[in-house]
Design a protein around this ligand. Structure first.
Ligand code: MOS
Length: 733
């Protein structure tokens, strides 16, 4: 690890040179701030604007009253047919309907942020309030309110009734919010009526370009999206939030660049979140531990105005061999803003229940939890019946046990103390889909040997820039410091949206492909233009270290390009998505987390002592940044398990802890010594570089691993996150 190259953009980031969306300096820019609803549901009766309009520096107030007609907002086309390219989700500023507390209902635009904020205080809005519902726990008990999303059955439907050994439990996870450092931000700049440049915090510059082109009925090429750096996202910048259309509509109306940055409190409900969920899981087994049946049902919340679904129960169908499996999933619409994908979406929720239940079963049967998992190890994917492209989970078990000191684990929960503290060990698995999509990459080789790679992606933090330069350096045998990767501009060759842990696989394949093409081109040029290589079979010419070579005959790239009369070589290549080979396999990344905890026997204070996090993510391209992903997953997992919970006042529908004062996240002192270990064996199927995805599995399973360790320490099983001393039975003095 010490020898691994540093993050490619580290200096830009730590020196402050890295420019994030809101930091671009644009002449004559105006500032928009949202005024948000103070009711949870109803209609706006009136907006009294006179005072605000008279305020200093005020340029406009945009609301449903004067929002310009925008093609993508219209449900119907001019000919009366349905507009299939409508804006996805809530059309901000479009109508007078209030759908959740804190919904932006007006955009106040002024010549400075201060003036915009001051004027925003002066709006007087009258509402007609209606009854609303924000309480998930109460509402989900009423079956008529649920929307069915999917059922699955394999084998016998009622096998659970006949199981010899059985565990069952209900699990609750509250809303968790993203809380990235960078606030969601958009700067919109129009040139005339039909050319739009947008600086936006997005995980997908290309998809944002398409979205905005549809919103304003423009050709894609008239919209340019720039996102040079992203200050953390992990799901919340996968789509355009309210700030995007608001900034673009205002900039067009005012004929002046407009910037809209969400405030920190607004980040708590205007950029999605992990939905609150309820799960029920039952596992039946034989006395030797062999699973005979798994039943997993889940419900999660969504908005009334838009459905959000995620794969909460999916891992239960294939992570373990089991003949009889039943799953169901439903969503519950409430008067809240819409949830979104958040690191390990679905699986992070589902694996908390699944992996906690397996731990319960291990204790009940007095079988070691690792042995129980091995007993039910799926040699092929039991849902699709396809062989794994690769599955090295067994190696994770082995190494994790060794590194955490599994042999110190007490056999009987609550039976062991260390320094006066109850001590416990737990493990749990994570799994997520791995695959690849289509992408395009360009390579430009200059005569001086410098290489530029380009693709229209963004790097939200995992180290895409670093990984891509490393793939090229390895493929071309080229010095790393001579390779630059340029991203973050929709004008570059189309790249994937960064999400679902697929960027390294998808874009890495495009980079690999374009490097192969460059090698071929250099080999052919060498045969055609260099006397030394005339008549040589071009395939035998090696590319290394900035030269072309056969044996010890070496010619520099500068000489080759001069002879070939080319100032530079530029090649753009597409890589295909899922291959036929891949379709014949089950493709997943796996993780296994081991946790050691201390719990104070009286105060029940929980102290995580150590984490060992292991993963089978195929070949590790960039050890430094991969390790950082895993560490981030541990931090996120600790937050999810012990701290995070967004709370509503259900009498008003308002979030009561939309700030870091009220919404708890892990602090440095909560993060223990953490060891990261990778199997680091290439997957032979998914792509030519051997890498699988990594981001999601870093977090998935962590909550159960911690919960299992706490159970081992105390004998108390908490199935409602976050786990607190009170839930462990501490009643105060
Ligand atoms: Mo992914 S949910 O964008 O971390």
């Amino acid at each position: 690890m010490e020898n691994d190259s540093p993050r490619a953009d580290a200096v830009e980031k730590v020196s402050g040179r890295a420019k994030y969306a809101a930091e671009h300096r644009i002449d004559n820019i105006a500032y928009g701030v949202f005024v948000c609803s103070s009711i949870a549901k109803g209609t706006i009766l009136s907006i009294e604007e006179d005072m605000a309009r008279a305020a200093e520096g005020i340029l406009d107030i945009i609301s449903y009253k004067n929002c310009p007609s925008t093609p993508g907002y219209e449900p119907l086309l001019a000919d009366g047919s349905k507009n299939s390219k409508q804006w996805w989700g809530l059309k901000v500023l479009y109508d007078n309907v209030v759908r959740f507390y804190g919904q932006p209902v007006a955009l106040v635009v002024a010549d400075s942020l201060e003036n915009a904020n001051a004027a925003a205080q002066l709006l007087k809005i009258q509402y007609q309030a209606e009854p609303f519902e924000t309480d998930f726990t109460t509402a989900r008990k009423d079956a008529t309110k649920l929307k069915t999303s999917g059922n699955y059955t394999r084998g016998k439907a009622n096998a659970i009734e006949e199981a010899v050994a059985k565990v069952e439990g209900e699990y609750n996870i509250p809303i968790e919010v993203h809380s990235p450092m960078e606030l969601q931000a958009t700067i919109a700049v129009w040139e005339g009526d039909d050319k739009l440049t947008v600086y936006d915090k997005t995980q997908g510059p290309k998809s944002m370009q398409g979205t905005l082109a549809r919103l304003f009925a423009l050709p894609d090429k008239n919209v340019r999206v720039i996102v040079n750096y992203v200050g953390g996202a992990f799901g919340n910048a996968l789509r355009g939030w309210h700030n995007v259309p608001a900034a673009c509509i205002a900039a067009k109306k005012l004929n002046r660049p407009v910037k809209v940055v969400l405030t920190r409190p607004q980040m708590f409900n205007l950029t999605g979140y992990r939905p609150q969920s309820w799960q029920e899981i039952k596992i039946g087994a034989l006395p030797d531990g062999k699973f005979t049946s798994i039943v997993h049902n889940a419900i999660s919340m969504t908005a009334r105005y838009e459905d959000f679904r995620e794969g909460i129960v999916n891992a239960s169908r294939f992570l373990y061999a089991c003949d009889n499996v039943q799953t169901s999933y439903k969503i519950l619409p409430l008067d809240v803003s819409v949830p979104t994908w958040m690191r390990g979406p679905g699986e992070a929720t589902g694996c908390f229940a699944l992996e906690s239940s397996i731990d319960d079963l291990a204790h009940q049967l007095k079988i070691d939890p690792v042995a129980l998992r091995l007993k039910n190890f799926p040699e092929v994917n039991p849902e699709s019946k396809l062989p794994w492209s690769s599955n090295y989970l067994k190696e994770c078990y082995e190494k994790g046990k060794e590194l955490i000191g599994w042999s110190n684990r007490p056999q009987t929960p609550g039976s062991k103390k260390e320094d006066g503290m109850l001590v416990g060990y737990g493990l749990a698995n994570g799994v997520f889909g791995a695959g690849r999509g289509q992408a395009s990459a360009r390579i430009i080789l200059q005569a001086n040997g410098t290489i530029t790679l380009q693709s229209a992606v963004s790097d939200m933090g995992p180290g895409t820039t670093t990984a891509m330069t490393k793939i090229a350096a390895e493929n071309l045998q080229w010095p790393l410091e001579k390779i630059k990767f340029t991203l973050g501009d929709s004008d570059l060759p189309p790249g994937p949206t960064q999400g679902g842990s697929t960027t390294t696989s998808t874009l890495g394949t495009a980079v690999y492909t374009v490097c192969e093409a460059l090698k071929k081109s250099l080999q052919e040029l060498a045969v055609a233009h260099l006397d030394e290589f005339k008549g040589t079979d071009s395939k035998t010419i090696e590319i290394k270290n900035g030269s072309v070579a056969v044996g010890d005959r070496l010619v520099g790239i500068d000489v080759l390009l001069t002879k070939a009369q080319k100032p530079f070589i530029e090649i753009t290549k597409d890589s295909q998505g899922t291959s036929a080979q891949e379709l014949k396999h089950a493709t997943n990344s796996f993780s296994c987390h081991f946790v050691k905890v201390h719990v104070h026997p009286k105060t029940m204070e929980i102290k995580i002592k150590e984490v060992v996090t292991t993963a089978d993510a195929g070949k590790i391209i960039s050890e430094n940044t991969a390790r950082s992903q895993m560490l981030g997953g541990v931090v996120g997992g600790i937050g999810m398990t012990l701290k995070e919970e967004l709370k509503f006042d259900h009498t008003t529908g308002q979030i009561v802890n939309a700030s870091f004062a009220g919404y708890r996240v892990p602090l440095h002192t909560d993060i223990p010594r953490t060891t990261v270990w990778f199997v680091n064996k290439p997957d032979p199927i998914i792509n030519p570089i051997g890498a699988k995805g990594l981001g999601e599995i870093a977090l998935i399973g962590l909550a159960a691993a911690i919960s299992n360790a706490i159970y081992n320490a105390t004998g108390k099983r908490v199935r409602d996150l976050p786990i607190t001393p009170e839930k462990l039975g501490y009643e105060g003095k």
